[in-house]
Write a new protein. Structure first.
Length: 426
């Protein structure tokens, strides 16, 4: 039994407390206290449902030098995540039932965050032949995507949506037009021209979202079931507008935004530091403000990390040769708690929802609310500030564009089904 005393509760239903939360048998037994072997003083802290990340790269199999299941899932629980969706663009790609099953079994044995593998939409993520979705789902896949690559053949994407609809699986897309993107390493515009760097235009994202939404319309018309399209790491104002219009028209589309697109802009590239090199690239302040509005009005359904670890040697290459990606599992919530909630008044209830109920709805999972009888997959968050220190990361990628930023809202206790998987109580 664990008793968390005098703690405020926050979930998608609102804030309340302080209350005394008794946890046992994997569930919340009472909000009125009780006897327990372990007592935690929650004064000044708040308790939330465990977070779910829709989009993380754990690099296993094949690139364990960058990250593996143990380091990635340990980073996850330190970041308050009880559940995580791993992307399939590994080496080889996760495109068989055997690969999905192996990941799930190894992750379960580790006893950290619960892993929900995404499987490739097409064999080897080549965009040509669909994978056996039914068998992948039986093995434990919760989502189909060729993330890391764009789906250039609209017909293949349409067939994938139709196939996935029958199974109730969402299809997630990396929405960039490869022809427009070309070799861009930062946002295309005046700053890229000034710095002499190849640009990735916002139109590349918007054009592909527009096409994919039309493909979704076709699949919706042709399917007896409801196809579900999920737009990954949305980064532009125009892309957001397209998703908003589609939702208003009743299309079954969802979308996510990342911590880096919400807190950084293209201005960071003035340093030529490849730490800020991501795909899609950091955009303008106007794009960032549009994303914030999209979080508030429901156009964006979830905040997903797009945690993308690399070796330090890779990220220390020049901006043209360094790989795309930022590791962020351990700082995502403190970053947005500080930068959005504390500094800009973003509602805490909505922020927590974007880490919990929002991503769960994308996957078709039931919400976890803080009430008696609810599953005790929870995170205790402390408002106490400390600086971002990559040397303390559990992730193998011990670098960060937010190094030195002072943040509050750090997870100090993470529980999965009532079992402590991370503890940093003082």
């Amino acid at each position: 039994m664990i008793l968390i005393r005098n703690v405020r509760l926050v979930d998608a239903m609102g804030e309340r407390g302080p209350l005394d939360v008794l946890i046992g048998e994997g569930r919340i037994l009472s909000l009125e206290g009780g006897e327990a072997k372990q007592v935690v003083d929650g004064t000044g802290c708040f308790l939330a449902p465990g977070f779910l990340d829709l989009h993380a790269h754990l690099r296993e199999p094949g690139e364990e030098v960058k990250e593996d299941l143990f380091s990635g899932l340990l980073a996850a629980v330190r970041g308050g995540y009880t559940d995580l969706v791993s992307m399939p663009n590994t080496s080889p790609p996760v495109d068989t039932p055997e690969a999905v099953r192996a990941l799930r079994e190894k992750a379960k044995a580790l006893g950290l965050a619960r892993l929900h593998p995404a499987a490739a939409l097409t064999e080897k993520q080549e965009g040509k032949t669909l994978t056996p979705a039914g068998l992948l789902q039986e093995a434990g896949a919760v989502l189909l995507t060729d993330d890391g690559r764009t789906n250039e053949d609209a017909g293949v994407l349409a067939a994938g949506l139709l196939m996935a609809a029958v199974l109730g699986l969402p299809v997630a897309v990396h929405a960039e037009d490869a022809g427009l993107r070309r070799g861009g390493v930062m946002n295309d515009g005046a700053l890229a021209d000034l710095l002499g760097l190849p640009g990735n235009p916002p139109e590349a994202e918007a054009a592909r979202i527009a096409r994919d939404l039309e493909v979704l319309r076709y699949a919706l018309r042709r399917s007896p079931a409801t196809p579900r399209l999920h737009v990954q790491h949305l980064s532009t104002k125009r892309g957001l507008e397209l998703v908003r219009e589609a939702k208003r028209a009743g299309l079954p589309v969802t979308a996510e935004a990342t911590p880096h697109h919400l807190t950084l802009t293209e201005e960071a590239l003035r340093t030529f530091d490849p730490l800020f090199k991501v795909a899609p690239p950091l955009r303008t302040r106007e794009d960032q403000e549009a994303l914030l509005e999209g979080l508030l009005d429901g156009t964006l359904d979830a905040i997903a990390t797009d945690h993308a670890p690399h070796t330090l040697a890779e990220k220390e290459k020049d901006l043209l040769r360094a790989p795309f990606g930022i590791p962020s599992l351990e700082v995502a919530f403190p970053l947005l708690y500080t930068e959005l909630h504390l500094k800009r008044g973003f509602p805490l209830q909505r922020l927590v929802e974007l880490f919990t109920d929002g991503p769960r709805r994308v996957l078709g999972l039931s919400p976890i609310h803080l009430e008696e009888g609810a599953e005790a997959s929870l995170v205790l968050l402390s408002p106490k500030e400390r600086p971002v220190d990559p040397a303390r990361f559990a992730s193998k990628a011990r670098f960060s564009p937010w190094t030195g930023w002072r943040l509050g809202g750090w997870p100090v206790l993470t529980l999965v089904e009532g079992r402590i998987v991370h503890e940093a109580l003082e």
